[in-house]
Design a protein around this ligand. Structure first.
Ligand SMILES: [Zn+2]
Length: 120
């Protein structure tokens, strides 16, 4: 979820379930999830500025595309997207297992990431 939403979601909404058979929707949702996680990792490690770096912009673009093509899904997912982004963000001084950058740093240093206490 980003703050770059360039517009409100479209006003017209398709009938509920109209998109359920569209095979591109699961692909878009998976793409959004992965790019958003990538953006959260990069922002957590100060590789890019939250909400304005290229990964955050890519996540925003995907969210906007979902909003245009599937406004009902956009409305349904919005809260969860915010929640997930909040959960994925972390202080880089306390490595987390779900972060690929933390895992790479720990592996390079020969450390183990403890699920509850960070790197050992
Ligand atoms: Zn990390």
């Amino acid at each position: 979820m980003t703050q770059h939403m360039d517009s409100d979601p479209p006003a017209s909404r398709p009938a509920r379930g109209a998109h359920s058979a569209d095979p591109s929707l699961p692909l878009l949702l998976r793409l959004r999830r992965n790019v958003s996680a990538w953006a959260a990792e990069r922002a957590s490690h100060q590789i890019e500025t939250p909400y304005s770096g290229p990964a955050a912009q890519a996540a925003s673009d995907i969210e906007n595309l979902i909003g245009r093509l599937y406004p009902e899904v956009w409305h349904e997912q919005l809260g969860e997207w915010w929640e997930t982004e909040f959960r994925q963000s972390h202080n880089p001084r306390f490595p987390v297992e779900h972060c690929g950058i933390c895992r790479a740093i720990a592996a390079h240093a020969g450390l183990h990431i403890d699920r509850t206490q960070g790197a050992e």
